[in-house]
Ligand binder design. Structure first.
Ligand SMILES: Nc1nc2c(c(=O)[nH]1)N[C@H]1C(S)=C(S)[C@@H](COP(=O)(O)O)O[C@H]1N2
Ligand SMILES: [Mo]
Length: 240
């Protein structure tokens, strides 16, 4: 299933020096051969689509980089981080709604991990060093109610969000990350906080997380409303 698939593809937005080059709205469902990616800058070129290297029989994936970060956004501007006013709130089906400042987060136990990051469109970043706080540390403060079976992660970049079940959120290498490769997470990668769940495709890894809502049922996130799987296990063919 690839040439005729009627799913929208993730649309990367490339940046130079933090400034978006051109603005691409959501392109909707792409028919076979519709242009989905435009690179700006000195060498401008249009590719017919993001090639899935697994399904690609054209050979084109050999000339398209499949490693290294690509900056993805859904809004026209990226949220700006102000340490004085920024908060992570945890609410919904909890006993104690929580509001954490950046300083509060820094005082919590620090967790580190090295993991590989997979975007569903085929690119991969190996051995990313992350540091942050484990979700359970945050959840312990909020005390989820018994009916809270899902977590919804809301980005301050509206309308991006995504959900995990409690079981998925309890996987050992799920992290609320505030550092990437030894530095505070950069603005374009979701400063100051992003979700990391290495076992799932990158669209679950919500950038600019500012709100976690405990809910009774997991719901579709941004990309899932556009055709991708809610259970985005890396390697599951159905997600491609
Ligand atoms: N807020 C927000 N989070 C997001 C996205 C986005 O567009 N907005 N894109 C997702 C997708 S599809 C991927 S692959 C990764 C890309 O991470 P990067 O932009 O840091 O490379 O972020 C994920 N989290
Ligand atoms: Mo992605």
């Amino acid at each position: 299933m690839h040439e005729n698939e009627q799913r929208p593809r993730e649309i990367p937005r490339e940046h130079l020096g933090g400034r978006p080059i051109g603005r691409y709205g959501f392109l909707g469902v792409l028919g076979a051969g519709a242009a989905s990616v435009v690179w700006g800058g000195p060498i401008s070129r249009t590719l017919s689509r993001v090639i899935n290297p697994v399904a690609d029989s054209t050979g084109l994936s050999k000339v398209i980089p499949t490693s290294g970060w690509r900056i993805y956004t859904v809004a026209s501007t990226m949220p700006k981080f102000d340490p004085a006013t920024w908060r992570l709130t945890v609410g919904g089906l909890v006993e104690t709604p929580v509001s954490l400042s950046y300083a509060d987060l820094m005082e919590m136990s620090r967790a580190e991990q090295v993991s590989t990051f997979h975007c569903v469109t085929g690119w991969v970043v190996k051995d990313v060093h992350w540091a942050g706080v484990r979700l359970h540390e945050v959840l312990e403060r909020a005390k989820p109610a018994s009916g809270a079976t899902a977590l919804r992660f809301v980005s301050s970049e509206q309308p991006y969000d995504d959900s995990l079940t409690r079981a998925q959120a309890a996987l050992p290498d799920v992290l609320l990350a505030y550092e990437m490769d030894g530095l505070p997470i950069k603005r374009e990668h979701g400063a100051p906080l992003r979700l990391v769940i290495p076992d799932m495709y990158g669209y679950k890894s919500v950038k600019w997380v500012s709100q976690i809502t405990l809910e009774g049922v997991a719901r579709d996130g941004y990309w899932e409303q556009r055709g991708y799987d809610r259970d985005a296990w890396v390697g599951s063919n159905d997600s491609r």
